[in-house]
Write a protein that binds this ligand. Structure first.
Ligand code: NI
Length: 241
């Protein structure tokens, strides 16, 4: 059913293009009209998020596999990694994934001076704009550690998570998959790292397992939208119920 509905969305979008109202293919994100049409089931929504990338090899594999499965995800990027694979960042944007900030140097942001904070956060935004266009780039502070100033200075919503399989701890794909599939509830935000092949493999197994059960994978921004919420600057989101 999802596929038929999706086609209706594409047709509507194509009609709008003909009418000169929007560009096709849509750059980066879907219009709210398209979103409502593509995601009729609103009770089994999940946002997969990937930190610390992009990784030149593993993120490329992940993007290929997400595209095959029609899955949108959210990537919180690190500056030094972006330098290694800028083309993957462009690809993420072109394929409708959400891109966010995980600081220039993967530093803890609590206790930073405003100047250092802006170097880490705004600095990475300025690196990314030429690749993905000027758009909102939400913040995930490394380690999920922050303070009041983080919220004051973020200039975006702050995204944490509600499911954390600690995928950096080992390479046990089955453990990571089970941790996630045993716990997920509608509106969860799942934390993973696309710099590990085991995490990429686990993410894909989770998608294959849960899609069969009717779960749908969306970006954090889409998740908020579908739950009728707006992302507010300086507000922390761990899950969206
Ligand atoms: Ni990190």
């Amino acid at each position: 059913m999802g596929r038929v509905v999706k086609r209706v969305g594409a047709c509507l979008a194509a009609a709008l293009v003909v009418a000169g109202l929007m560009a096709w293919p849509p750059e980066g994100e879907y219009s709210s009209v398209d979103l409502q049409l593509t995601v009729p089931e609103k009770e089994k929504l999940l946002a997969l998020t990937f930190d610390d990338g992009p990784h030149p090899e593993h993120t490329a594999v992940l993007l290929d596999a997400l595209a095959q499965r029609g899955v949108k995800a959210t990537f919180f990027l690190v500056g030094c990694q972006v330098e290694l694979a800028p083309e993957l960042v462009e690809r993420m944007a072109a394929e409708g994934h959400q891109i966010g900030i995980h600081t220039l140097d993967h530093v803890q942001v609590n206790g930073l001076s405003q100047r250092d904070f802006e170097r880490q956060v705004e600095g990475l935004r300025r690196v990314l704009y030429p690749l993905v266009g000027e758009r909102e780039l939400w913040l995930r502070p490394p380690y999920g550690i922050m303070d009041d100033n983080t919220l004051r200075w973020a200039d975006s919503p702050v995204v944490l998570w509600s499911v954390d399989p600690e995928d950096w701890k080992d390479t046990d794909v089955r453990r990571i998959v089970r941790h996630i599939t045993d716990r997920v509830r509608d509106g969860d935000i799942v934390l993973l790292h696309d710099i590990y092949p085991s995490s990429v493999e686990a993410a894909l197994q989770v998608v294959d397992c849960l899609q069969e059960q009717g779960w749908q994978f969306v970006t954090v921004e889409q998740l908020l939208h579908l739950k009728g919420r707006a992302g507010e600057n300086g507000r922390v989101y761990r899950a969206v119920r």
